[in-house]
Design a protein around this ligand. Structure first.
Ligand SMILES: C[S@@+](CC[C@H](N)C(=O)[O-])C[C@H]1O[C@@H](n2cnc3c(N)ncnc32)[C@H](O)[C@@H]1O
Length: 279
């Protein structure tokens, strides 16, 4: 394995931070060596400095470096409790409020899974919605938008195709039988669930999605990689993109205390969630 010098760590840390907001300090030399090493081999670079300067630079090179450094760890129904909260309280409340009697226009619900990695969070939400609405689902206009900075992750999410291990480690057997179809050795998410989803490559620290678009945002296990300034910026974006009284769910080890005052903290089903105040 090619070793990285402290100067090269600084060079890559600054580049990765500028591109994605991910903070790497000098203790991350091993991470850079192990995750970028295979790319150096592929590009035929003999040192990290050569890999950085020797004319390989392109949009694709930059995306691959960030992709190699990002942690894409995720799973279906990760941490479970936020999904129990959504199923027992948050979604039924939205569905109740949006039922529109004799109005022929379909009731709408817009959800954003920000930094969705390979899509398991998005499809977990889709399964809950299908369970709650059953046949009524056809009457609704529901969109779950999954975004991530990683091309590779977004492409996998779009396919909705997972190994049996990926599915079975998070999805209860009953839901697995109901919402996945075998495709060779793999399992594919059922077409009507995939039809609810849209996936886009988006840098959370770049352009916001647009004001007041979403009813619910899940932004879990990504702010931990950012510095305080970018966390502030991130949750400012979340507040802008949520509708009035919309709900934000963050990771179980994360906090927005001292970072944003645009949300009201609530707790239900042993889970903390945040609600945007009425505007
Ligand atoms: C640990 S995964 C979290 C996935 C999912 N939210 C969950 O909790 O299971 C973190 C994801 O954040 C993405 N990410 C990192 N920086 C990002 C940025 N600036 N904009 C969008 N996504 C980013 C990574 O590509 C990665 O897929």
């Amino acid at each position: 394995m090619i070793s990285i010098t402290p100067e090269e760590v600084k060079l890559f840390a600054e580049f990765i931070h500028a591109r994605s907001g991910i903070v790497l300090n000098s203790t991350k030399a091993y991470l850079l060596e192990s995750r970028l090493g295979p790319l150096l081999d592929e590009y035929g670079a003999k040192s990290f400095a050569e890999f950085f300067y020797a004319g390989y630079r392109s949009e694709e090179w930059e995306a691959r470096v960030v992709d190699a450094i990002s942690t894409h760890e995720t799973s279906f129904f990760r941490d479970q409790r936020p999904f129990e909260l959504l199923q027992a309280k948050i979604l039924p409340e939205f569905f109740g409020k949006r039922q529109n009697g004799s109005d022929p226009t379909p009731p709408r619900l817009q959800i954003w899974s920000a930094a969705c990695s390979t899509g398991q969070e998005v499809y977990s939400l889709a399964m809950i919605i299908a369970e709650l609405l059953g046949d009524e689902m056809k009457r609704w206009h529901i969109t779950i938008t999954g975004t991530d900075i990683s091309d590779v992750a977004i492409k996998k999410a779009q396919k909705g195709l997972y190994t049996r291990y990926e599915v079975e480690r998070g999805v209860p057997l009953g839901l697995c039988r109901k919402y996945f179809e075998s495709q060779g050795e793999l399992l594919k998410v059922r077409a009507d669930l995939r039809a609810m989803t849209v996936f886009n490559k988006t840098n959370l620290l770049a352009a916001p999605e647009g004001p007041g678009v979403y009813d619910i945002i899940l932004c879990r296990n990504v702010a931990i990689y950012f510095n305080q300034k970018n966390r502030r910026r991130l949750f400012q974006t979340m507040a802008t993109c949520l509708r009035s009284e919309g709900v934000l769910i963050i990771g179980s080890t994360e906090s927005i205390f001292g970072i944003s005052d645009r949300f009201i903290r609530n707790e239900s089903c042993n889970t903390i969630y945040f609600q945007k105040g009425r505007e």
